[in-house]
Design a protein around this ligand. Structure first.
Ligand code: PHE
Length: 431
């Protein structure tokens, strides 16, 4: 369904783009506020769901359970509940990743339970906060498997954390579905790890294509997070695609996640005179980099990857991020997202980012597999997930391929008046 409209969308979007002359990003000299003072302190949004919190790390306070009596001790699918685990950045500087995903998963779970559950059993979700840290991610997944005895694990968003949690799932033969981790290493060579999203070589090609064909820009600078597998991979993949399409990388700079001062890198970038700056990191740094770039008088557009997807990006970046672009899994103003966006708004009082839909789809793909699986044992369940074909998700049609990935379209959005607006789409066949 989604696939067939990508072509038309792309053409419409391109026409709109040309008509509006969007290549110019915001060129007001400086953003509001201080120089990146929001770094590391992106405030968390209310999830609107009392069951979902978790400032307490992997201790009890970090657990949120829903649906019925707690019999976590009896584990797995014993009694009349089936336990599913979720590990997520419910707090920390990527907090909206975990919160949005958890919201989406819980929305799906409620619908499944209201419709009678799975094979007559209600589902129960246990969420642990990993604070956006690899070590916490590993211990959260260990606890979900060895102490709660979940039948499957959902998470993470950040690829480095999915790599850490995935290793634990492999060790115990418990299936894991990442809603949104895009680095190839997350699933490569894994028996138990799957994802319901596209991977970064395709995402990078879509960004390069949009930059060269739609924006007609061929001189790019890069500023990436060398501590994140996602960011480094996307930088490598973009460099390969962009140069193949005739572009030149005029500056290639790195930062460490958590940094708040990017002035040295941005000064080098400014001197190289790029037409666009690719910033494949997460939203807190993305917003701060935009502010500091404008302060230095850099007026060219910034473009990010899906890691920019957060209501906190415009909240942090303000004026400085206006007019900038990023690639994503879906845009809230796409016609095919309408029904989901309305459901999510009704429950949480906020417009979902792409992670809400991806969390929803991850749970629904798991449920679909549970219904088809020979048993809920790890190997049987993994085999059923691997056999997922043409599943109609809210973020697109999902077929799990031989590498345990899904092939879905990339959308490009632009920040206008503080919200992401759909401007183009790239179909998987165009990769
Ligand atoms: N793709 C990012 C990663 O792999 C995570 C992400 C997905 C962030 C979607 C925001 C939205 O690290």
């Amino acid at each position: 369904m989604q696939r067939s409209i990508f072509g038309a969308f792309g053409r419409i979007a391109l026409a709109l783009l040309l008509a509006a002359g969007l290549a110019a990003c915001n060129d007001s000299g400086g953003g509001p506020g201080g120089s990146g003072s929001a770094g590391g302190s992106a405030s968390t949004e209310s999830t609107g769901d009392g069951g979902s919190s978790g400032a307490g790390g992997s201790g009890d306070a970090g657990a949120a359970e829903s649906a019925g009596a707690a019999d976590a001790g009896s584990g797995g699918s014993a009694g009349d509940v089936i336990l599913i685990g979720h590990y997520a950045s419910m707090t920390g500087k990527e907090a909206t990743f975990g919160q949005s995903t958890d919201n989406g998963i819980r929305l799906a779970l409620e619908e499944v339970n209201a419709a009678g559950g799975v094979n007559g059993k209600q589902l129960k979700l246990i969420t642990y906060d990993d604070k956006g840290e690899s070590k916490e991610a590993g211990s959260a997944v260990t606890r979900l498997i060895t102490s709660d005895k979940v039948v499957a694990v959902l998470g993470e968003v950040a690829s480095s954390l999915s790599i850490a949690g995935g290793a634990v799932c492999e060790q115990y033969s418990v299936p894991m579905i990442s809603p949104s981790s895009t680095n190839p290493r997350v699933t490569a060579g894994k028996q138990m790890v799957f994802r319901v999203c596209f991977i970064d070589p395709f995402q990078a090609a879509a960004i390069a294509k949009f930059t060269t064909e739609n924006l007609k820009l061929t001189k790019a600078a890069i500023l990436y997070d060398q501590t994140q597998a996602y960011s480094k991979g996307l930088r490598d993949d973009f460099t390969a695609s962009f140069t193949k399409m005739g572009g030149t990388i005029v500056a290639d700079q790195a930062y460490n996640g958590g940094d708040t001062d990017f002035s040295a890198q941005l000064t080098t970038i400014k001197a190289a005179n790029p037409e666009i700056i690719f910033v494949p990191g997460y939203y807190t740094e993305g917003g701060n980099i935009a502010i500091q770039a404008r302060k230095l008088g850099i007026t060219v557009p910034l473009i990010g990857g899906d890691g920019w997807d957060s209501s906190q990006l415009p909240a942090i970046g303000g004026e400085a991020i206006e007019g900038c672009y990023y690639s994503n899994h879906s845009a809230p103003d796409q016609p095919n997202m309408k029904e989901f966006v309305e459901k999510y708004r009704a429950k949480y009082g906020a417009t979902p980012d792409a992670l809400g839909g991806l969390g929803y789809d991850a749970l629904m793909v798991l449920v679909d597999a549970m219904k088809r699986a020979k048993s809920l044992g790890g190997k049987d369940l993994a085999a059923a997930i691997a056999a997922t074909k043409d599943f109609k998700g809210v973020t697109g049609t999902i077929t799990i391929d031989a590498d345990h990935n899904a092939q879905k379209g990339v959308v490009i959005v632009q920040i206008r008046n503080g919200s992401p607006v759909f401007v183009a789409a790239v179909d998987p066949s165009e990769g």
